[in-house]
Design a protein around this ligand. Structure first.
Ligand code: NDP
Length: 336
């Protein structure tokens, strides 16, 4: 069994000393347990948070512990009711080839799911994050302007496409011309601005002639600062993530934007609400999402792009790339 463990807590950006590959014997399932073999491992920005022991909503990975991660796995042998050899499952196995489970927090996807890896993306956590955060906190109305960054990634791409379905003007923000072209041409956003452009603020303002009604916050940093002056009265801001700041150690250099942020929230009466997808919404909403998204995918109303990383040993570099924007689409590792 190959597994990737947290060797040390990174200071700033993680590097080659952060995660290490180790090998051990394949674990053996006992009574009431099953053996799962990982097929797909999901890479997600939250994993940077699990490397840190700062106070958060989840416990960090221990030094020497297997990195946290959702996987799609195949059941190799099973003594758990409801799971048979050959079933595919969604499991919190972590970054490793094999995992012994008693079925806790494992979802059965059946023997032949059509696109098994989609359970880690558009039909799973990131897709649901976009759906719930946008519709329940963002509350977009037809004709309103919605802005979302990391627009080619699984959350941002889904936010924008749902907002289009709801009749909004949608402006994405992404890193580079290729991603921006994908966001407008394939995903159907009305505009997409490259956050690396020198005149980013001006370009964003030009793309939002009627201001911004919903800013779905994925990144923070200069995108947030460009958005603030454009927010309309009673704008909504679901705060989903701030990947631009995940590697910060302490406060950033430069001017203090605190007064600008809070005074905008006050003057424009902005609703700002953070959420963590697994405990912020009623459980019934997941079923609603699942049905809606399956339908949109079938009808071709939602497009989905994955980037496949080959092999468990390539997963650490994959995550570091993701945190720096060197991914294009939902990052998944093909493990077995
Ligand atoms: P992505 O696959 O989109 O990857 C992150 C992207 O962030 C990168 O590809 C990059 O895209 C962009 N990015 C990185 N640094 C910067 C920067 N300095 N400025 C602007 N953009 C940057 O991620 P996901 O779709 O999986 O997640 C998006 C966000 O949602 C993250 O913040 C994540 O933590 C959050 N999230 C929150 C959840 C919750 O429960 N609250 C659940 C799931 C996700 P580009 O090259 O286009 O800039």
């Amino acid at each position: 069994n190959r597994k990737i463990i947290l060797a040390e807590r990174p200071k700033g950006a993680p590097d080659e000393n952060t995660l290490k590959l180790e090998t051990e014997a394949v674990p053996q399932p006992g009574k009431g347990e099953m053996l799962l073999r990982t097929v797909w491992l999901s890479l997600d920005p939250y994993m940077r948070g699990r490397m840190s022991d700062a106070k958060s909503y989840a416990t960090p990975v221990e030094i020497g512990g297997v990195m946290t991660g959702q996987v799609v796995a195949e059941v190799m042998e099973s003594d758990v009711a409801g799971f048979s050899k050959g079933d595919y499952v969604l499991s919190p196995s972590g970054w490793q080839d094999f995992f012994v489970s008693d079925g806790t927090q494992v979802l059965n996807l059946g023997p032949e799911p059509e696109n098994p890896s989609w359970a880690l993306g558009i039909l799973g956590m990131p897709g649901y994050t976009a759906y719930a955060g946008l519709l329940k906190i963002g509350e977009p109305k037809p004709g309103e302007t919605v802005v979302v960054a990391a627009a080619s990634g699984p959350v941002g791409a889904t936010v924008g496409q749902i907002a289009k379905i709801k009749g909004c003007r949608v402006v994405g923000v992404a890193g580079g011309a290729e991603k921006c072209a994908h966001v407008t041409d394939t995903l159907g956003f009305d505009a997409c601005i490259d956050h690396r452009a020198e005149d980013f603020d001006e370009q964003l303002a030009a793309a939002c002639p009627d201001g911004i009604d919903v800013y779905f916050e994925n990144v923070g940093g200069k995108v947030l600062y460009g958005v603030l002056p454009l927010l309309n009265p009673f704008a909504r801001m679901p705060v989903c993530g701030m990947v631009a700041w995940y590697n910060l150690q302490g406060l950033p250099e430069g001017p203090d934007h605190g007064p600008q942020i809070l005074s905008t929230i006050l003057r424009m009466k902005v609703k700002v609400q953070g959420f963590i997808i697994f405990d912020s919404f009623p459980i019934e909403l997941y079923q609603e999402f699942s049905e809606a998204m399956t339908g949109w995918l079938k009808e071709g109303k939602v497009q989905y792009k994955e980037q496949v990383v080959e092999g468990l040993e390539a997963a650490p570099q994959g995550l570091y790339d993701l945190l720096e924007g060197r991914n294009f689409g939902k990052m998944v590792v093909k493990v077995g």
